[in-house]
Design a protein around this ligand. Structure first.
Ligand SMILES: O=C[C@H](O)[C@H](O)COP(=O)(O)O
Ligand SMILES: C=C(OP(=O)(O)O)C(=O)O
Length: 367
């Protein structure tokens, strides 16, 4: 498939390799009818939760980054059990992050470098990512991802039920335009310094129609017309200090109201909210559960960075005796055991609210 194109003398780009188009990749790894129906239902549920028409809350849980197929599949099978167990109170999605935005340089994720060895087999990364997402769709486990490279979303978007735009790209017009055309709810993170207004601005932009340049499904550069994404929402991820406590939630609600955008807020329990200690995610999740019990209506869900085993390891381990199975190679994650505890406790808090607000028959109608 690859065609190496001749580079111009003196140019900073010295090589271009053409790869399979989004339409071709989708044809090689198609979503079957049942998977397609499941994905449409999942996206609709996430939409209804963001619009607060379905009173359950979202939980987005999974590794900071996907780096191997086997541990991702094992994690998914375990998470599927929790998805079923807590389905009356929560809608659990797997955090399936294939692209990593780096502060400076570093491994940019499984699509960019699936071999983890600077071989940069991007076409293979896209194939493996699609294969994995199809495995999850067949398992009927909904997935969430960060949309970093707007072209990648053309390859994988049909298999995803919730998208984040990261703290480093929330201010980017390109990402706002992309989000305006994605057919799933998109959460915008506050900036790395904690600025919430830039996320509200992003929501305003993404919920508006745009005309912009994009590669279409055949890889042709096209002027794309989007309707605007009415399900753009806020993700609080902390900044210079955490921003998940009720004081910050009130402040975020005020900014969203003044900006005239959606009021729904997802809290990322990791990153700036965990203040550099991954274990603190448990305290953040517990605090959000408490706020939900106390009536926090804008809270739409939480995100956890979680893997089979806790902590993190350096990617250099690959060269020095191998990587430890099920341990993150980017940000540190909580263990599977702690994940179960956090989700169980959050589910109890949400259930208490639902039971106080709905008779069982009424609840069955709205979820
Ligand atoms: O979630 C992952 C990281 O926080 C993000 O990719 C930035 O990582 P870096 O600061 O290690 O580059
Ligand atoms: C990079 C991430 O988060 P943030 O954009 O909040 O730093 C992430 O969730 O992987």
């Amino acid at each position: 498939m690859s065609v190496s194109l001749k580079a111009r003398n003196g140019a900073n780009v010295f090589r271009e390799d053409r790869i399979v188009s989004p339409a071709q990749l989708r044809a090689i790894y198609p979503a079957g009818r049942e998977a397609g129906e499941f994905l449409a239902r999942s996206r609709d549920t996430v939409r209804r939760i963001i619009q607060r028409k379905d009173p359950r809350l979202l939980v987005i849980s999974g590794p900071c980054s996907i780096h191997d197929m086997k541990s991702a599949q094992e994690y998914a099978c375990r998470l599927k059990e929790l998805h079923e167990k807590h389905k009356d109170s929560l809608f659990i999605l797997m955090r399936t992050y294939f692209e990593k935005p780096r502060t400076t340089v570093g491994w940019k994720g499984f699509i960019n470098d699936p071999g983890l060895d600077n071989s940069f087999e991007i076409e293979k990364g896209l194939c493996r990512a699609r294969e994995l997402l199809l495995f999850f769709a067949e398992l009927e486990l909904p997935c969430a991802t960060e949309a970093l490279d707007p072209i990648v979303s053309q390859y994988l978007g049909d298999l995803i039920s919730w998208v984040a735009v990261g703290a480093r790209t929330t201010e980017s017009q390109i990402h706002r335009e992309m989000a305006s055309g994605l057919s799933v709810p998109v959460g915008f993170k506050n900036g790395t310094d904690g600025n919430i207004q830039i996320a509200a601005n992003a929501m305003k932009s993404a919920s508006s129609p745009h005309k912009f340049l994009r590669a279409d499904e055949n890889g042709h550069i096209s002027v794309t017309s989007s309707r605007g994404n009415v399900d753009a929402h806020l993700i609080l991820r902390g900044g210079r200090q955490p921003n998940y406590t009720d004081h910050y939630i009130r402040e975020a609600e005020r900014i969203l109201a003044v900006s005239g955008v959606n009021r729904s807020i997802v809290v990322d329990c990791s990153h700036g909210n965990a203040g550099g200690n991954y274990k603190c995610q448990l305290d953040v999740a517990e605090n959000i559960g408490k706020q939900v019990r106390e009536g926090g209506r804008s809270l739409a869900g939480i995100m956890l960075e979680s893997h089979l085993s806790e902590g993190r390891q350096s990617i250099d381990g690959l060269k020095n005796g191998g990587l430890r199975y099920g341990v993150s190679i980017t940000d540190a994650c909580i263990s599977w055991e702690d994940t179960q505890l956090a989700i169980h406790s959050f589910s109890e808090d949400v259930s208490a609210v639902l039971e106080s607000q709905y008779a069982p028959a009424e609840l069955a109608e709205v979820v």
